[in-house]
Design a protein around this ligand. Structure first.
Ligand SMILES: NC(=O)C1=CN([C@@H]2O[C@H](COP(=O)(O)OP(=O)(O)OC[C@H]3O[C@@H](n4cnc5c(N)ncnc54)[C@H](O)[C@@H]3O)[C@@H](O)[C@H]2O)[C@@H](O)CC1
Ligand SMILES: [K+]
Length: 517
């Protein structure tokens, strides 16, 4: 599903009006009716119910007037509270305000401090609140007075249906810069706005409904939008199809360079995840001392011993052997459990410029790059990096908090500046492509913050690149699949007891579901 910015949606509305010829007032009517549909589901019986519609001066308020009219016609007791004066309203919103007034509906203005008592009293008796104060035209923070009203609404404990987007939330970033409506439901029009799908906006939006207001799908397709919400249908389309004459070499050879003493599990999880994601062959290269152990632990994965340091980590002398191994590989996964040993970090920095195969760099592989980002510019093959917020902060030289407050921007900027595909992990993982594309994940849960979970993800992404997916699509599909397996695991075991091995073992089930989707 496409995700849009406020400007992209406004342009789409405009094209629908100007080129397709659907008048704005018709779009507004459709929008209002779609919200009424959701309200009916929440309220059950509408006649006799009390509904408070908080409206603003723009078109979001106009939608509010349409909603008020339909609910009145259905027998609800509706109170319209306008954050402004009726004389301020123009255009399509004015048309709908006039209709309400012609129907004899009183409009309460709430843009002055005397109005707080009206608001408080209304909230005591209302069964449901409609938030039509600000929509996609909103930027920055609400003023103090509106902030007080928003706080009263949030404290009321009543169901709140946000029209298009909760008032106070920025559509493009998902950021709030002051009080913001905490909706129980948000009915968004046409396409979901980016900010509704990502922290913290996602939490403010509550249950998200995507409502058709009759913007033609062909018009949407023509826009070449490059931001996506990852859904089962989208990921199922991305996955490679296996053909009847298939041979294991057709499904990719993946080289995993991983592990050190005490961190053998990372190597096992990554290389096994490669195979469980459908890749044909996986070779695991590990420090020599760990090799025999791996031969016992792993059956389907091939193994290669590498020169090691005294600390039983990969040594700089391993460079030539690893380069030789990459010759017969389609993709390399580098980093899980390799340790932060300086000689091993040096090996990573020596290896990367020599690679001519796509590479997924994770964990200690990324730590080797912090402060040495110029190495990224020397890699000719496509790169996927999979930092968690702390690793992203270290790489970008900023604070973790800055990363978390601006996840989309940080990932996109890093991808553009360093020409690497970025998987920024965390709640709502975002994937930013070198090509400017953006994917926001919709699967996963806090139970997945457990040792080894990231190693599994690295294996899935590398396994999918091995099968011919473009790196950014492999990253996006891999993130969704990994999260989905984690969600199934949490259903079975609960979040606290979820282990990376559970996620790994559920991968086949997820792939099977997606084959049928
Ligand atoms: N024809 C269309 O374009 C359609 C628009 N629709 C609705 O229209 C909305 C967009 O309408 P508008 O562009 O009129 O904008 P909004 O209704 O979102 O509100 C914009 C108003 O808020 C003001 N504002 C922005 N930031 C502010 C801040 N921090 N503090 C105080 N005031 C602030 C702006 O100056 C403007 O007056 C959508 O979200 C959707 O609900 C729907 O009716 C569907 C059709
Ligand atoms: K709103």
């Amino acid at each position: 599903m496409f995700l849009v910015t406020a400007e992209e949606m406004q342009n789409l509305d405009k094209l629908t009006i100007d080129q397709v010829g659907i008048p704005g007032v018709v779009l507004m009517e459709n929008a209002g009716l779609q919200v009424v549909k959701v309200i009916k589901e929440i309220l059950g019986e509408v006649p006799g119910k009390q509904v408070a519609v908080f409206a603003g001066k723009g078109n979001n308020g106009g939608d509010g007037f349409v909603i008020a009219r339909h609910l009145l016609n259905m027998g609800a007791e509706v109170k319209v509270l306008l954050n402004g004066e009726p004389a301020d309203i123009t255009g399509d919103a004015k048309v709908n305000l006039n209709i309400l007034q012609n129907m004899g509906q009183k409009i309460f203005t709430i843009n002055n401090s005397n109005s707080l008592n009206i608001v408080k009293l209304t909230l005591v008796y209302t069964d449901l609140i409609v938030d039509a104060v600000f929509g996609t035209g909103f930027k920055g923070a609400v003023n103090d007075h509106m902030g007080k009203i928003i706080s009263l609404i949030n404290e009321s404990g009543k169901p709140v249906v946000a029209v298009d987007i909760p008032s106070g939330l920025e559509a493009n970033t998902g950021q709030v810069h002051g009080p913001c409506i905490r909706a129980t439901h948000t009915v968004t029009f046409g396409l979901p706005k980016l900010g509704l799908t990502i922290h913290p906006g996602k939490e403010y939006a509550g249950q998200l409904h995507i409502a058709d207001i009759s913007i033609p799908p062909d018009l949407v397709k023509k826009q070449n939008f490059n931001k996506f919400l990852l859904t089962k249908e989208l990921v199922a389309q991305m996955l490679p199809k296996r053909h009847s004459q298939g041979h294991k070499g057709d499904y990719g050879r993946v080289l995993v360079v991983a592990g050190s003493e005490g961190l053998t599990g990372a190597a096992v999880l990554t290389s096994t995840a490669v195979l469980k994601s459908g890749a044909g062959l996986a070779t695991l290269a590990v420090p020599r001392s760990l090799h025999d152990l791996m031969e016992i632990k792993l059956t389907e994965v091939m193994t290669k011993p590498l020169p090691e340091t005294e600390k039983k980590t990969i040594s700089r002398d391993a460079l030539e052997e690893v380069i030789a191994l990459t010759e017969s590989a389609d993709v390399v996964a580098l980093g899980p459990g390799i340790s932060t040993e300086p000689a091993t970090a040096g090996f990573v920095r020596d290896l990367l410029p020599e690679l001519n195969k796509p590479v997924v760099i994770d964990a200690d592989g990324l730590n080797a790059l912090a402060g040495n980002l110029e190495v990224l510019k020397k890699i000719e093959a496509p790169v996927v990096i999979t930092p968690h917020p702390g690793e992203m902060a270290r790489l970008a030289g900023i604070k973790t908090e800055e990363v978390q407050n601006n996840r989309i921007e940080v990932a996109r900027e890093f991808a553009a500046n360093w020409r690497v595909n970025v998987v920024l992990k965390g709640a709502e993982t975002v994937i930013a492509g070198v090509d400017g594309s953006l994917f926001v994940n919709s699967t996963g849960n806090p139970g997945m913050a457990t040792g080894g979970s990231g190693d599994v993800l690295t294996g899935v992404i590398a396994g999918l690149i091995g099968q011919g997916l473009a790196p950014v699509r492999a990253a996006a599909a891999g993130v969704f699949i990994h999260g989905y397996a984690g969600d199934l695991g949490a259903l079975e075991k609960g979040q606290a007891g979820l282990l990376a091995g559970d996620i790994l073992n559920l991968l086949p089930k997820v792939f099977r579901e997606l084959e049928g989707a």
